[in-house]
Design a protein around this ligand. Structure first.
Ligand SMILES: *Cc1c(COP(=O)(O)O)cnc(C)c1O
Length: 432
């Protein structure tokens, strides 16, 4: 476990420490992002009685990620996967920028429709839907929805005859942190029969979708999946059906992702696979969309936590410290359990003094053996099991960067602790 003692974000970390792939990205964004997020952190902890953990969200970072997508994947329209972070301002901003949305429930559909998003820019991307939610989609004019089994086709025929069904296929997600194929996706042996069933029922199947798995660690998965999607397009053609939608799903890395996978590399593999299996010369009638979640929001949120208690433990090789902070595994750090993350803190204050983000990073050999724990009474509530930190005091602050994906949305109030608030900055004047 590596603890970054002083670097603020990847944008603040000396460039030579970053994998080469990330250097260009960081260089491009360091100018705008670091100052303002840092100022917001400093301002919030300088408040009298400041104690609660809080997020700083940079809407400008979301806009930069959007701009990068448009630049590197111009053929693919992103539909933000709302479940990843349904933050109201993030949704509002992405709606303004012209993104589409991937919703998986009635409440997510309502949130996005409330922002004025056109139903044609919404996909109900859940292959197993409650009947009442399907009825709501129909009443709202949302037509695109995924399926991967025959029962769902019957549901659409009965409850939403105008639905534009999208067949979610199984792909190889063995290289991903969250393997969604355990639960969803039609196996290649079953796709032809499903298409025949849809034809018999009179359900309009307009295209194919897949999800290579969230936290995908290999760009090759996208190339393989696009090839499989093309096979299903060919099966449909053999039945006289003309498909017009390809949905390449989510799984794109956020900026500074721990996997080391860079979006630019995924984008180039995906773009090449599209050119190969869906050349514009023959497939200009096919709308290509994607469902990125993590990609847009991971790097846009930093979480500051306060050390509310500590324990010094005598050990043969010197003292070790256990720090207890006020957000944990039952709160924002549920990403450790559900999203297989390994968050690393940096020190914001040490003995009450601000630690300069541009100071030379402390060597990992210095400091003391340390662990960081959440606020609840449960021993599973451990954020960092082992690492090295300088000696910190009760009242000092730690910051975890890259906390925008699959954090707040799944946090609970277990043990009576509140869900951390969000402070917004907007380094690009994107919305605020
Ligand atoms: C969770 C999910 C996404 C978003 O995945 P990311 O890895 O965050 O990009 C997209 N589509 C579907 C169907 C999902 O379940």
């Amino acid at each position: 476990m590596q603890i970054i003692a002083t670097a603020a974000t990847n944008a603040d970390r000396p460039l030579h420490e970053l994998p080469p792939k990330l250097q260009a990205c960081a260089a491009a964004s360091s100018r705008q992002s670091s100052g303002s997020v840092r100022q917001a952190l400093y301002a919030a902890i300088a408040q009298p009685d400041a104690e609660d953990a809080f997020f700083v969200a940079d809407l400008g970072e979301v806009q930069r990620q959007f701009a990068q997508w448009a630049q590197l994947l111009p053929r693919v329209q992103p539909f933000f996967a709302v479940k990843c972070n349904p933050d109201p301002l993030v949704v509002k901003l992405l709606a303004r920028l012209g993104a589409g949305f991937d919703c998986a429930s009635k409440a997510e559909l309502q949130q996005v429709l409330h922002e004025g998003v056109a139903p044609q820019n919404i996909i109900y991307a859940h292959p197993c839907k409650p009947a009442s939610h399907v009825r709501f989609a129909r009443a709202s004019g949302v037509e695109m929805m995924t399926f991967d089994n025959a029962d769902e086709l019957i549901k659409m025929q009965q409850l939403h005859p105008g639905a534009k069904a999208v067949l979610r296929i199984l792909t190889d997600d063995s290289g991903s942190l969250c393997q969604l194929g355990l639960k969803f996706g039609a196996a290649s042996e079953s796709t032809l029969e499903l298409l025949r069933t849809a034809q018999r029922l009179g359900v309009d199947v307009v295209g194919v979708s897949f999800h290579v798995g969230s936290g995908c660690q290999s760009e090759a998965a996208f190339g393989d999946a696009v090839m499989r999607a093309r096979c299903v397009f060919d099966q449909a053609a053999s039945l006289g059906m003309r498909m017009t939608l390809l949905d390449v799903g989510g799984g794109f890395p956020g900026r500074g992702d721990q996997s080391g996978l860079a979006f630019a590399d995924v984008a180039s593999v995906l773009a090449a696979a599209l050119d190969c299996h869906f050349p514009v010369s023959h497939y200009s009638h096919v709308r290509v969309i994607a469902e990125p979640g993590r990609y847009f929001v991971a790097s846009a949120f930093s979480l500051a936590v306060n050390i509310v208690a500590r324990r010094c433990v005598a050990r043969a090789d010197g003292p070790a410290f256990m720090y207890y902070v006020n957000d944990g595994v039952y709160g924002s750090f549920n990403c450790i359990m559900f999203d297989h993350q390994h968050p690393s803190p940096r020190v914001l204050t040490c003995a009450g003094q601000l630690v300069d983000a541009h100071a030379k990073a402390a060597s990992s050999a210095s400091g003391f053996e340390s662990s960081v724990w959440g606020p609840t009474c449960d021993s599973i509530d451990c954020i960092v099991p082992s690492g090295r930190l300088p000696e910190l005091q009760v009242g000092d602050w730690l910051v975890f960067d890259g906390m925008g994906a699959y954090t707040i949305c799944a946090a609970s109030r277990f043990n009576g602790f509140k869900i951390s608030d969000v402070v917004y900055v907007d380094t690009e004047h994107a919305l605020l």
